[in-house]
Ligand binder design. Sequence first.
Ligand code: BF8
Ligand code: SF4
Length: 630
Amino acid sequence: MPELNKALLEKASKENIELVSARYEKQQPQCLWGLNGTCCKNCFQGPCRIIPGKAEKGICGAGADLIVARNFLRSVAAGTTGHTDHAKEIALALLEIAEGRTHDYGIADAAKLKNLAGKLGIKTSKPAKKIAKEVALEALGDFRRQQGLFLKPEGKYLNWLRIHATKERIEKWKKLNILPVNADAETSHALNQTTMGCDADPADIMIDALRVALADGYSGLAMASDLQDVVFGSPRITKSTCNLGVLDEGKVNIIVHGHVPLLGIKVVEFARKLEAQAKKAGARGINVVGMCCSGHEALERQGIPVAGHMLQQELAIVTGAADAIAVDMQCIFPALQDVAQCYHTKLITTMDFVKIPGAKHIPFTVHSANKSAKKIVMEAIEAYKKRDPAKVFIPKEKNELYAGFGVESLINALAKVNAANPLKPLVDALKSGDIYGIAAIAGCRNLKVKGNFHEELTKILLKNNVLVIGTGCWAHAAAQAGLMNEGSVKYAGAKLRNVLKAIGNSNGLSTLPACLHFGSCVDNSRISALLEMVSEKTKIPIYKLPIAGSAPEYATEKALAIGTFFLALGITLHVNPIPEVTGSKLISKILTQDLEKITGARVLLAETPEKAAGAMLQAIRQKRQELDWR
Ligand code: BF8
Ligand code: SF4
């Protein structure tokens, strides 16, 4: 079980507050059919469970392989909707901005807008808003382009895949017949495909999971990151602080939690504007901090401190110093209100489809953003007046971190080393072995895993001169463990340390941090973009490069979708906990072996950080040998 803030856990226990770990214990032992993936609830003759030797088939005749494959595809599709819905919100917002129907948001990065427009084939010699309209329509095209089961439009596929993927991958995916046409259609089609009496071919279903995952990767992750950069600005390398110690006893504390920065960035803006109101209420000011991916979005663009990962959300309230938590969507525990009602904390929901009984609902749209953000901040100030000082305990855990890495910011930093050819220092270091390989670590925190998997795995890889880049709750964990500040280079092997120092020195820093914070979970697109760039530059397909991924504590369906996207890209991926596929030998074999012949990547299973690092290093070593990079 990952370690959490100990003193706060004790406080919660003294105050008789039930937290996630207690609920986890009460769920033990967890259902074996659920864990091995052989429970089917896809029709109401069921639920059916596969019992080897007794009931090898469900009532309709579906066997273990089919049930496992269908469940897998359904989870990937559900996870994908999280990201495609997110991307669509930003595309729609951009259209409202472009057409002047909202003035609450603008265009913060016109250069990125032009760059995207150029890739999409849009003329850029016109005013930014006109370009923005066309870019938004091209983005929305990825949700509108129609295809039928009997009508496949020749050669049409997602715009966002077309502008990002490497030629090698597009050819590969075309041959596999998995180029997605419409991001929404892919996910709804997956539900039809897996309902009772449709696709009965488990291998076919697994290949189709790759198609859905490509919709996730491009018209979910990449589109969300791209358009958010346009509206809110691209990330810059920035220094900030992390962990629950970022809450400030003397200030009104507002936590922004969820995923879509439309909310968080506005709350930051209005907190600045309403400082005087907070002072009138007796506070020293307003302190906005982020939770989960909303935190990363505000951190990478504005240097806002990040309070914590998914498993720390309730603990933030236990501090007694959280005056308001404003949430949008995803990874928001329904338990937040149960904990909030024990304190003065105001839980504020903002989206029509994310409501929590007992919480205050302040609808937040792109048209009402300013008004709603102001209301949220005023609610927090009102709540602050009711704060009980006797209940306040802010833990001392707080660490410095550098964040804001991504293709643009990294290229800028590398350009200080080699202005004419910025990627060259990185590629040279990879070839020479100064950087032995690149590890991309992503995903959640999960109580099911033993110990601090994220931190331990990262440290072993660093020691072996592997450059670690990552996102999401891994980034919270790594930063809290001191793996993202300047002192963190001590964890890097000597060769990697020299590279990090050289790049850091050229940028006025003593060093780059040991591992690079690549942002929120949609920002996994920044990782794929970097790898795509290295692949294009070296003319070596991603699956042949010394790269390995890991989702060592994944918990959500979204993480499964991202993992499957990495596999489609050709990134061999360690996952933990063991996926819910063990009830089918066929599906387990497809993921851990056969997939390598299909996309060039496979799943690595390992339940300890040592074993995971060993498997990832072995995968990297093999690629180096095949490339003759010793
Ligand atoms: O999208 S890593 S627990 S916060 S799902 Fe959620 Fe997992 Fe954290 Fe952000 Ni990502
Ligand atoms: Fe059972 Fe088949 Fe219905 Fe699933 S789809 S619940 S296996 S009858």
